[in-house]
Design a protein around this ligand. Structure first.
Ligand code: AMP
Length: 293
């Protein structure tokens, strides 16, 4: 039976007891509305550690749009049942005040001096499109690492830039080990996301265009194309054929040498990254070119 805790202080005590007993903890931070992508991270955490522990917290610090935060799907009871089903050891949630008991001002907002610097991987793309997003991510992940004290922490490649930000954060803190897991997809290719639930049935089908665009970039890479601009244009060509998709970016980066601006000229290594919207639902996806998806 899974342990369900509603307060970060109780989670801290549970994790401390496990560590004192000499058990390793694999930790998966989430915002809930769990799907097969999240569960693949939990299964990996269970396979590589004595205990797997999950947090479910829709972190207000990382939302730049109030309506996205308000509409974010929440069903903690269903999440607990899913986690119990895969053998997860403990799940916890909390409130902003529960996570930051001494760091909020009188209006309940985090005082700016407690915001954690997300580092250079936060430059560009998601960092440029979503003001303050990665500060919010780094601040909550830093606190979650304090609460859990995990041996390893599991993140999805789905949020590629986030995985770089948390990798840098863990390196600065001296741990935990960050494990980045493959993207789980729906049968027609759309990357699984809690936000997919908010798409109409038609848009959910149409959204497979994002995976097709990434596939087109990968095909071009396999055929020898290395020019960042040309690879980006391949994606834009595919995406522009879907009129309901409002493109925010379709760009390349060197995954091992992140830059805020899009690189120009030939790339040695490349990750293709796409963001855009169907209606008011924002989707992101990516693919490391030349690797099995
Ligand atoms: P979220 O609840 O969206 O904050 O996601 C929690 C963790 O699950 C993050 O590390 C995500 O990158 C990861 N994740 C979300 N969607 C997927 C997916 N389709 N495949 C693999 N990991 C995912």
């Amino acid at each position: 039976m899974i342990e369900r805790l509603d307060d970060p202080a109780a989670a801290r005590a549970w994790c401390a007891r496990e560590r004192e007993a000499g058990r390793t903890i694999g930790f998966v931070p989430t915002m809930g509305a769990l799907h097969a992508g999240h569960l693949s991270l939990v299964e990996r955490a269970l396979a590589e550690n004595d205990r797997a522990c999950v947090s479910v917290f829709v972190n207000p610090l990382q939302f730049d749009e109030a309506q996205d935060f308000d509409h974010y799907p929440r069903d903690f009871g269903a999440d607990v049942d899913l986690l119990d089903g895969v053998g997860c050891s403990m799940v916890f949630t909390g409130t902003l005040a529960g996570f930051f008991p001494d760091e909020l001002d009188d209006d309940g907002a985090l005082r700016p001096e407690f915001s954690v610097d997300p580092g250079a991987a936060a430059l560009g793309l998601e960092g440029a499109c979503r003001d303050g997003h990665f500060e919010g991510v780094a601040t909550i992940v830093d606190r979650l690492f304090d609460v859990v004290g995990p041996t390893r922490a599991y993140f999805g490649q789905k949020d590629f830039q986030q995985s770089l930000v948390v990798g840098d954060l863990a390196a600065r803190r001296g741990g935990p080990e960050v494990v980045v897991c493959p993207i789980a997809r729906e049968p027609h290719g759309l990357a699984r996301s809690s936000r997919n639930e908010r798409l109409s049935a038609g848009d959910r089908e149409r959204a497979a265009v994002i995976a097709r665009a990434l596939g087109a970039a990968d095909d071009a890479w396999s055929a020898g194309e290395r020019d960042a601009g040309a690879l980006s244009r391949r994606m834009v060509d595919v995406l522009s054929r879907e009129p309901r998709f409002a493109l925010e970016y379709a760009e390349l980066r060197d995954p091992r040498a992140w830059t805020g601006d899009a690189p120009t000229g030939a790339l040695e290594r490349a990750v293709a990254l796409v963001a855009g919207r169907f209606g008011d639902v924002r989707l992101i996806d990516n693919r490391v070119l030349g690797e099995a998806p």
